[in-house]
Unconditional design. Structure first.
Length: 269
């Protein structure tokens, strides 16, 4: 289906592209969702390194079919990837994106942590989220779209109250507006560098850096998977990025995907 917003509202296509990764940068004022548009472009042959970015989204999508509220001031972008990597390593692409965000935030003197698998948080509040969507043909990754939403300069009051209480923004942490283009440039450079590591199959290096950035390991957590709710201690991740959880009765669970919450942060009514 044709995305009319995409046709109507493209505002610029930059000639000066940051880093080696970006081949084409498509910038829009407003889209339904940069991931939806990027997937459509990927399906119709867009090359790796195509980046779709929007100033606002009117149907931003989060993990587990949640809405990603996307007011002005945020950064909303999706990257098209065509990695020639083993299928089972695909989920590490979301680690690559989360690490690129944390490295970029470092440049502002702020330490961001990762909550498994890829929520980027500062002082326990979410500053960025990542949505990885891929198309597999046979045993090969045809394309992957990694979507990143970053609370850069958003006014937290523009978020609904339930989301607001768990969110922060970079501008509120540094007390000044953050230069959008500077942040984007650094992020794309960091992403390009980490993605080269991925393409060179140095998966251990990605896992090691992710472990140095997470605050999940060692915590008592609960994880909602597609089939069950599990509680226990997060004690490690494996080479595919799956979470290893030890439950109360000593059982070991390996979790490929799920919604993770720290027990000490749950609201007890
Ligand atoms: C999450 O934490 O649930 C993931 C949020 C991902 C949001 C980004 S914003 C850019 C891209 N387009 C979307 O519709 N979603 C992702």
């Amino acid at each position: 289906m044709k995305d009319r917003t995409f046709v109507k509202k493209k505002v610029e296509s930059s000639k000066k592209l940051p880093g080696d990764f970006v081949k084409k940068l498509l910038v829009f004022n407003d889209l339904n969702s940069t991931n939806t548009v990027a997937k459509e472009l990927a399906r119709t042959g867009a090359e790796e390194g195509t980046v779709v970015i929007a100033r606002t989204q009117n149907h931003g999508r989060g993990r587990f079919e949640r809405v990603w509220q996307s007011p002005e001031g945020g950064m909303y972008l999706s990257l098209i990837l065509r990695p020639k990597a083993p299928l089972e390593k695909a989920s590490l692409l979301s680690f690559v994106a989360a690490l690129a965000v944390t490295r970029t935030i470092d440049a502002y003197g702020i330490h961001a942590s990762i909550k498994w698998p890829n929520d980027v948080r500062v002082n326990g509040k979410k500053i960025a989220g990542i949505l990885l969507e891929s198309e597999i043909t046979g045993f090969v990754i045809d394309y992957a779209v990694v979507g990143i939403g970053i609370n850069l300069n958003i006014d937290l009051a523009d978020l609904s109250s339930d989301i607001q209480s768990h969110s922060t923004s970079l501008s509120s942490l540094v007390n000044i507006p953050v230069d959008y283009h500077e942040f984007l440039k650094t992020f794309l450079e960091q992403f390009g560098s980490l993605y080269s590591t991925f393409r060179n199959r140095q998966f251990d290096s990605i896992i090691t850096e992710w472990k140095s950035r997470t605050d999940t390991l060692g915590k008592m957590i609960q994880v909602q998977t597609s089939t069950e709710m599990l509680q226990g201690t997060a004690f490690d991740i494996d080479q595919l990025g799956f979470l290893l959880l030890r439950t109360g009765n000593g059982e070991l669970k390996k979790i490929s995907s799920g919604d993770c919450q720290y027990l000490n942060e749950l609201d007890h009514a």
